[in-house]
Ligand binder design. Structure first.
Ligand code: ZN
Length: 318
């Protein structure tokens, strides 16, 4: 892939950080406007693809659309997405998650202008991922699958994709973490990422993603790891929901608790955090986390998530 790109007459833009900032997008959009490019090829993980999506509408200041609910313009430059991680599913969604470091806000912008024209998925491009990125992006796939299934905005057409994606992650993530050159497992994880991306594109994510935004913005926890931190807790909370119980049995677990335990075991097997002890959270820190966890996606959770539940969650993780 890199050989192909090296032989294309193209302008390059590589100033995209792990949590792309609105200013980076503005800079990229300015580069595109100046050079008059007619196509964008985004080669990288979710951050690169998300930044390219937002830059493809080439507005002067993307911050105007970030967390404001304002509609992004429909005119955009076509985007070809080439993922080098198996995690975000960004190559098939209409979402771009951006950070505004000036305001400390991390939030998605959703626009049909953001759908890539083409997604090229080659599992061989994921082999060079560091182990920690394999783990974090892999657990993100599981969250996309599970949250899309139990989302209040669930759709029958998305359910089989979600179940298949979750099963693939449960079966292959630890394997690919142990042996990064296991090409069969890499292929299965690329498949899982794509299926989960398709599964959550319409139902959207729910509680674990809502909590992940402040965990990443305030404590720098990588996106997938931040989502995974709360997944087993919300599986237990959502046990009251019939669809969550169905998902658990469709995945072959005899109970929702067994499902939650399997998620904890998987996180441990791939070296992900299972608590927030590294951050010695004060009561004030927990107050802030609770307040900032009420992202709109929280409303998609099948069980209403109250402050009381969030306080219980963060106290347990502390
Ligand atoms: Zn995610």
């Amino acid at each position: 892939m890199y050989e192909i790109i090296n032989n294309i007459d193209a302008d390059r833009f590589s100033e995209v950080s792990a949590n792309p900032d609105v200013e980076e997008v503005n800079h990229c959009a300015k580069t595109i406007r100046k050079s008059g490019n007619d196509v964008i090829i985004a080669v990288g993980g979710g951050s690169v693809i998300d930044a390219a999506k937002a830059a493809s509408v080439t507005v002067n200041d993307i911050a105007k659309y970030h967390g404001t609910g304002r509609s992004v313009p429909e005119t955009h430059i076509p985007l070809i997405a080439v993922p080098t991680t198996s995690g975000t599913g960004s190559e098939v969604t209409n979402t771009s998650v951006l950070t505004n470091r000036r305001t400390g806000e991390k939030a998605p912008i959703v626009s049909d202008s953001f759908y890539p024209k083409l997604a090229l998925i080659d599992p061989m491009l994921t082999i060079s991922m560091p182990k920690s990125v394999t783990a974090s992006t892999g657990i993100d796939v599981l969250c996309h699958a599970v949250e899309s299934y139990w989302s209040r905005r669930h759709l029958p057409v998305c359910e089989p994709l979600a179940v298949k994606a979750a099963r693939l992650v449960l079966d292959h993530l630890a394997r690919v973490y142990e042996n990064p050159y296991d090409t069969d497992a890499r292929e299965r994880m690329s498949e899982a990422s794509l299926l989960a991306g398709l599964a959550f594109s319409l139902p959207k994510t729910t509680s674990s993603h809502a909590c992940s935004y402040p965990l990443t913005a305030l404590y720098g926890i990588p996106h997938g790891e931040a989502c995974g931190l709360t997944l087993d807790y919300f599986i237990k909370v959502n046990a009251k929901d019939e669809r969550t119980r169905n998902l658990s049995s469709e995945l072959g677990f005899s109970s929702v608790n067994e499902f939650a335990d399997a998620v904890v075991r998987l996180k441990k097997a791939v070296g992900l955090r299972t608590n927030l002890r590294d951050f010695t959270l004060s009561e004030k820190d927990i107050d802030e986390l609770v307040r900032k966890s009420h992202h709109p996606n929280m409303l998609n959770n099948p069980i209403e998530i109250t402050d009381e539940i969030l306080y219980d969650l963060y106290h347990k993780l502390r």
